[in-house]
Write a protein that binds this ligand. Structure first.
Ligand code: DX5
Ligand code: ZN
Length: 237
């Protein structure tokens, strides 16, 4: 039996977390409202530093704009940056609820996760497609969420890497064997074609950027993604 994470009291999983990386920044507030009006509870923010990943996105000002556009949303902030410990207080102040840091970007990840908790936020650890799960094994008791990258981070709109599904399945087993309750998130290349399978593997949070913000009708697309995720997870215990 799955041990529920305390966040399950406020949110139902699986959930869809639109990544605003793919939003139109001339009307960010409108794009975010289109999500929340369609039943979205989690918003994913992608922070890229041009060093850890080969692209620069945005910083805490945009996270704060998202917070103001969606005062009640759960803001899931994914830091793809070196030295994340230097910036976590800024993102906390901007309105983040959860901060994920990359195992590959921080030699002192245990300490950083502790600092995120000290700030009163939920803690996440993210891993790249080429990083084995064993790289995060020791910190699993210290996290609320594991973000499994299903693309090489840095850009939206990339193709889903199927081996991420095996990582999800192994994490589900580990979680049970270790008696832990962290949430499992997948990030990259999620769309209507793979949502059902990804949810069926046991994923709790499905990040979707271009498939949400690139859709003609965002509301319809979000409804469809939610439906597929719920169908996929319906056979899980
Ligand atoms: C990739 C980011 C993802 C990305 C998802 O580096 O972490 O969150 O924005 O975008 P799509 O859904 O377009 O792959
Ligand atoms: Zn992300």
């Amino acid at each position: 039996m799955k041990i529920p994470h305390p966040l399950s009291e406020s949110y139902s999983f699986p959930t869809i977390a639109p990544s605003i990386l793919a939003a139109d920044y001339t009307k960010l507030g409108e794009d975010i409202s289109a999500c929340t009006e369609s039943g979205v509870k989690w918003i994913h923010c992608d922070i890229m530093d041009g060093h850890f990943v080969p692209n620069i996105s945005y910083g805490s000002l945009i996270v704060n704009a998202a917070r103001r556009a969606a005062p009640d949303a759960f803001l899931d902030v994914h830091l793809m940056i070196y030295n994340p410990d230097r910036y976590i207080a800024d993102f906390a102040k901007a309105g983040a609820n959860l901060i994920s840091v990359h195992a590959e970007a921080d030699p002192h990840i245990h300490r950083t996760l502790g600092a995120i908790k000290e700030l009163g936020l939920y803690r996440g650890v993210a891993i790249n497609p080429g990083t084995p799960l064993t790289a995060i094994e020791e910190v699993l008791p210290e996290v609320d969420l594991v973000c499994v990258m299903s693309v090489n981070p840095g850009f939206g709109g990339q193709k889903f890497i199927p081996s991420a599904l095996q990582k999800i399945e192994r994490l589900v087993k580990w979680r049970q064997q270790m008696g832990l309750n962290f949430l499992i998130e997948i990030d990259g290349g999620i769309g209507l074609a793979n949502t059902e399978n990804v949810a069926a593997a046991g994923t709790d949070v499905l990040v979707a950027g271009s498939s949400v913000f690139g859709a003609e009708d965002k509301n319809d697309q979000i409804q469809k993604l939610f439906q597929k995720a719920i169908i996929g997870s319906s056979n899980l215990t």
